[in-house]
Design a protein around this ligand. Structure first.
Ligand code: NAD
Length: 481
């Protein structure tokens, strides 16, 4: 990886708690971090236990009153230093995410390192302008910090998910305890270092690496936590919501998806299909908002299938550290097994293989590589049309008319994202209003880091990013005059 710092094997034995790196509390085990391209061990980190979680939450509670009392200018200065630290560490972030996630280096630089910088920067502007006080009739309404935040994050966009929770929480005046995913703790440790270097007061940010079942569950249940902000699978999200409900904690959940990309008659079909392939293969398909279902009018179905096959053939899996690579491995052996199982199941249920398949990738005997796959003749009742695969797999379904397209698009338990392509954006927008989903891109409309991001139905509760993301960490007090 020319130009990037080289990863050295390391055995980490500490957690970032109360402003310092501290030895792990309770003799808990370790988590082994693998490079998914080479299957070599990159590092071990502590699998923190309840003692670490308790120490971190206690430190956060202790820090809460002083942090809540800081001025907007104080927080702005510290978060600007943190943002500058993220900017200065772009290459190190890129190298870390290439190593522990297997993201291709170009994508890692632009998205895994670049997007957190964009999001952190967006919160500086929002913090500078946000009205923390508002007159409503004879009331003065104060927006106050909602308390200690537990942030539990997944591995697929590891730093983005951390920044999208931690930065608005800190901007709102809330201290945070972060429990990152088991597969990608190294970029979380790097983030903790940047927080420390930015000079945030002790206890305002704390990191506990550990397993979901132990550290994650203990954090979500801890009586010292006021808000649980969770991103991950719908199954774990339900458990977290139940636990948080018992403790009457506020909860925000960013969960799974099975988003539809709908091409209406009159749209630029070739462009819609090519953009869909790029969308669903990005990050090896490990994107909660990926357009994993392409819906095409039956008159244009075979044309779409042929275009998708041609586009998919350009994606050959390879070494993520090679700048020419467009698609790297999956994050883990477990993900690889899951994706292959889904593809085999779809073929057994009668889907037609258009590209890829469940076989090992030729020439890549090592690494968690899977063939980017396109499946046609998929019916809405098939498992592959309903369940999240979380791999580079696109299914293509035909629809009869617009009502049928709406029915199919809304016909899963999820509702996170989507796309609509039409002859003009007004037609696309009219169709998008009928979709039960949190975001829709019209004719390839680009990602907006200030727009609320989150799910309808089983895709979640609450919103991240922009003003809506900041408000997740505020609570309101009304003073009547
Ligand atoms: P996961 O639910 O297994 O794990 C997510 C996090 O929760 C990890 O940190 C994990 O350690 C922790 N966890 C696991 N069990 C826990 C428990 N019982 N209590 C508390 N915490 C627990 O998900 P994953 O496999 O890491 O991530 C993939 C999933 O995340 C996919 O379903 C994907 O769609 C979803 N995702 C959603 C979004 C979004 O914004 N909607 C973004 C990224 C990923």
């Amino acid at each position: 990886m020319r130009g990037h710092s080289v990863q050295q094997y390391a055995e980490y034995r500490d957690q970032y708690i109360d402003g310092a790196w501290r030895p792990c509390g309770d003799g808990a085990g370790t988590i082994t971090v693998l490079n998914p391209a080479t299957e070599q061990v990159l590092a071990t980190v502590p699998a923190g236990g309840t003692a670490d979680v308790d120490a971190a939450v206690t430190a956060a509670r202790r820090a809460a009153p002083a942090w809540a009392a800081t001025t907007r200018e104080d927080r702005l200065a510290l978060l600007t230093a943190l943002r500058d630290g993220i900017a200065a560490a772009q290459e190190e972030i890129t190298a870390t995410v290439v190593a522990e996630l297997g993201a291709p280096v170009g994508f890692a630089a632009a998205v895994h390192a670049g997007l957190p910088l964009t999001v952190a920067t967006s919160y500086l502007a929002l913090l500078a302008e946000h009205p923390f006080e508002e007159r409503i009739g004879n009331s003065l309404v104060l927006a106050e910090p909602a308390g200690v935040v537990a942030a539990i994050t997944p591995w697929n966009y590891p730093l983005h998910q951390i920044v999208a929770k931690v930065v608005p929480a800190l901007a709102a005046g809330c201290p945070v305890v972060l429990k990152p995913a088991e597969d990608t703790p190294l970029v979380a440790r790097l983030f903790a270092r940047l927080v420390h270097e930015a000079g945030l007061p002790a206890g305002v940010f704390n990191l506990v690496t550990g397993t979901g079942a132990v550290a994650g569950a203990a954090l979500a249940a801890h009586p010292g936590v006021d808000v649980v902000s969770f991103t991950g699978s719908t199954a774990v999200g339900r458990q977290v919501a139940e636990t948080a409900g018992r403790g009457l904690k506020r909860v925000a959940l960013e969960l799974g998806g099975k988003s539809a990309n709908v091409v209406l008659p009159g749209a630029d079909l070739a462009r819609a299909v090519n953009v869909n392939i790029a969308n669903v293969f990005a990050n090896s398909g490990q994107t909660c908002s990926a357009w994993t279902r392409l819906l095409v009018h039956r008159d244009h179905y075979e044309e779409a299938v042929a275009t998708a096959a041609k586009a998919a053939a350009k994606y050959l899996p390879g070494d993520p550290a090679d700048p020419r690579t467009r698609i790297g491995p999956l994050v883990s052996a477990a993900q690889l097994a899951r994706v292959r199982r889904h593809v085999e199941g779809a073929l057994a249920e009668g889907a037609r293989l258009v590209a890829g398949g469940a076989e090992p990738v030729p020439g890549l005997p090592t690494g968690f590589y899977v063939l980017p796959t396109v499946l046609a003749d998929v019916t809405p009742d098939m498992t592959i049309a309903q369940e999240e695969v979380f791999g580079p797999v696109l299914v293509i379904l035909p629809y009869r008319d617009e009502d049928h397209a709406v029915e199919l698009a809304n016909g899963t338990e999820y509702g996170l994202a989507g796309g609509v392509w039409a002859a003009d954006t007004a037609t696309a927008a009219a169709f998008a209003r009928r979709l039960d989903t949190g975001q829709v891109d019209l004719n390839g409309g680009r990602f907006n880091p200030l727009a609320p991001f989150g799910g309808y139905k089983s895709s979640g509760l609450g919103r991240e990013l922009g003003r809506h993301g900041l408000e997740e960490f505020l609570q309101y007090k009304s003073l009547q005059f």
